[in-house]
Design a protein around this ligand. Structure first.
Ligand code: M6R
Length: 364
């Protein structure tokens, strides 16, 4: 069942290029997102004056990337909400709100409760779900299925990847419907999205250095993930992945926040995984990284290709072969997943079934 892989997680990480193709290609007509087969009407993207994304864990972190991508284009407020908070918060949701619910299993109890509350308040519900016919899918007004195939490992990998791809497609269609993208813009956006698939493949084919980085992480008690903007959203997911399967205390911070407390925790050899793939804030992130490096941190830096890297910035460097800032998440996610995977495996832990966790959280 594991197809020769030692763990489901590693198998599922390797299934990502295929999962991306399966999720993206059926939604394209003449190279442009078209959801007529999903029975998702364009009005769903034009009626709303705000969007609320609701989810838990990794699905919520996919939502954060979605917000950072879409909000600057469509220029209406997009909030990202932890479902277990949202359901008890009297959230600002009404009949002009599109609620996007994201869930791999479609059974997460808090996410379901948030969906029901939003429906009661008159919002329209679009869910991004992997499991066909699940409760969340059945109770939503519209469903955009991610085609990851079954995900067995507790740590979500390929489901996250296709949740992202789905949000990119939804964002692209919405931008067209709302007059922010021309056909040409949409075509270009989709071709950049498709270009991420070989980039993901390339990371999967070059794992040796990632194992070396993991052997260093495996000795650590704490690790910090930092980035700004989209890179911060990627860092949150990287940190969750590491903590849930390697039991290393990991935190993600917006790089500019380091000075406001966290930098006090940096000691000799504390691992800091820094993500700096966004051109407009690259220099800012690098200056934060130099500060932690000067205090002894062991810096693992992820940038786009062709970044100029000097020894005073990092101890190890990985680059992603994607030139466009908005699309770097796909290969970056694979790097962060593999780092977590190898760290857990090197510690001899139960990678697929980490302690205290269940694949699907159906009780509060
Ligand atoms: O099935 P869901 O997508 O609703 O699950 C949400 C979270 O429980 C899930 O993503 C969890 O955070 C994963 N174990 C993370 O790897």
């Amino acid at each position: 069942k594991k197809n020769g892989y030692p763990h489901y997680m590693l198998k599922e990480i390797h299934e990502q290029p295929e999962a991306l193709r399966n999720t993206i290609l059926p939604r394209l007509r003449d190279g442009i997102p078209d959801f007529s087969e999903d029975e998702i009407p364009d009005e769903l993207f034009s009626f709303c004056d705000k969007i609320a994304i609701v989810a838990c864990g990794t699905a919520m972190y996919a939502g954060m990337v979605g917000k950072a991508l879409v909000e600057p284009i469509i220029k209406i407020p997009v909030s990202v909400n932890v479902a277990s908070e949202f359901r008890y918060e009297n959230p600002l949701v009404d009949d002009r709100t599109l609620v996007i619910v994201i869930s791999q299993s479609g059974e997460t109890i808090d996410t379901l409760a948030a969906l029901r509350l939003s429906k009661e308040r008159g919002a329209k519900i679009l869910s991004v779900v992997n499991v066909k016919g699940s409760t969340i899918a059945r109770e939503s007004d519209y469903v955009f299925y991610t085609h990851a195939g079954p995900e067995i490992a507790v740590a979500s990998t390929k489901a996250y990847m296709v949740q992202l791809a789905s949000l990119y497609l939804i964002g692209c269609r919405m931008s067209m419907v709302r007059g922010k993208f021309s056909q040409k813009d949409a075509g270009e956006f989709v071709s950049r999205l498709l270009d991420t698939i070989p980039a993901v493949q390339k990371i999967l084919e070059n794992k040796a250095k990632l194992k070396t980085a993991a052997s260093i992480l495996a000795k650590a008690k704490d690790a910090f993930f930092v980035g700004r903007g989209l890179d911060y959203a990627f860092s949150l997911e990287g940190s969750l992945k590491l903590k849930e399967i390697s039991y290393i205390h990991a935190e993600a911070y917006a790089a500019g926040e380091l000075k406001h407390g966290t930098i006090a925790l940096i000691e000799e050899d504390t691992p800091v995984i820094a993500v700096a793939t966004q051109d407009h804030i690259y220099a800012k992130t690098i200056s934060n990284i130099k500060e932690v490096k000067a205090r002894g941190a062991f810096v693992i830096l992820i940038t786009k290709q062709h970044a100029e890297i000097t020894d005073d910035i990092c101890d190890m460097h990985f680059s992603v072969p994607v030139p466009h800032d908005r699309f770097t998440v796909f290969p970056v996610a694979v790097i962060l997943q593999l780092l977590a995977y190898y760290t857990s495996d090197m510690k001899g832990l139960n990678v697929d079934k980490p302690r205290n966790l269940a694949k699907s959280v159906t009780v509060e």
